[in-house]
Write a protein that binds this ligand. Structure first.
Ligand code: AP5
Length: 219
């Protein structure tokens, strides 16, 4: 098994880049935010534990997230390639992930940190719209659907996430600064970090990441 991690503040474009990358590679998108939202929608115990933290923009406790991710890894094929989006999110999660990978002899190939200024994050998140049926992500002005409120891919209705209001977004940015930003140093010290300027067009971001992945594959 091997993995690539996409780090970055809320709205940096991790999910959008991940969707582009998986179309050109055999990586499986593992987005803890999506898994937690699915658990809430399904009304599971995990979802009940996560709901209040998520609606406030706080992190879900490490043990809840690690239980969910460990289950995912255990249920997948041993040669799977994972594109981790929004995970790990704390140094504790990163250490536990290192422990899992050491135990199963898995390899962490790259950690990409997507960098964009906070105002860009707020602007992107406040205009984000998601398809209720297939999960495709749009932005009202940056990446608009052809017909307002309707998904280009499947015709599903577009909605806005409950935590995508300005107050919660500002808290999520503060939580990122306090609890997640130190992972940049953590992975830099391990020689795994690559910085990506994510303030430009999403296709440029995807292309740059794909370039790193294929360059390493070719060596
Ligand atoms: P999560 O779902 O991971 O949200 P997030 O990290 O806040 O990230 P976002 O999804 O908001 O941003 P993104 O970077 O993916 O941006 P996107 O590509 O969509 O987490 C939500 C919550 O779950 C957390 O607050 C926490 O409570 C909990 N949680 C999740 N994982 C956890 C963990 N490991 N531990 C503990 N708790 C956890 O883009 C945003 C918008 O911008 C879109 O509209 C898009 O169309 C547009 N856009 C994207 N890229 C570009 C671009 N280059 N140019 C122009 N527009 C762009």
């Amino acid at each position: 098994m091997e993995a690539v991690i996409l780090l970055g503040a809320p709205g940096a474009g991790k999910g959008t880049a991940a969707e582009g990358i998986i179309q050109h590679t055999d990586y499986v998108h593992l987005a803890t935010g999506n898994l937690l939202r699915e658990a809430i929608a399904a009304g599971t115990e995990l979802g009940r534990k996560a709901k209040a933290f998520m609606s406030e923009g706080e992190l879900v406790p490490d043990d809840v997230v690690m239980g969910m991710v460990t289950e995912r890894f255990a249920g997948g094929p041993s040669d799977a390639h994972y594109l981790c989006d929004g995970f790990p999110r704390t140094v504790e999660q990163a250490r536990l992930l290192d422990g899992i990978f050491n135990k199963i002899n898995a390899r962490l190939r790259f950690v990409f940190v997507l960098e964009a200024p906070p105002e860009v994050s707020v602007m992107r998140i406040s205009g984000r719209r998601i398809c209720k049926d297939c999960g495709a992500v749009y932005h009202v002005t940056n990446i608009p659907p052809r017909v307002e409120g309707v998904c280009d891919s499947c015709g599903g209705e577009l909605y806005q996430r409950v935590d995508d209001n300005e107050e919660t977004v500002r808290n999520r940015l503060e939580v990122y600064r306090r609890q997640t930003a130190s992972l940049v140093d953590y992975y830099d010290k391990k020689g795994l970090l690559t910085r990506i300027d994510a303030s430009g067009h999403h296709e440029g971001v995807e292309k740059e990441i794909l370039g790193y992945l294929s360059a390493e594959q070719g060596t």
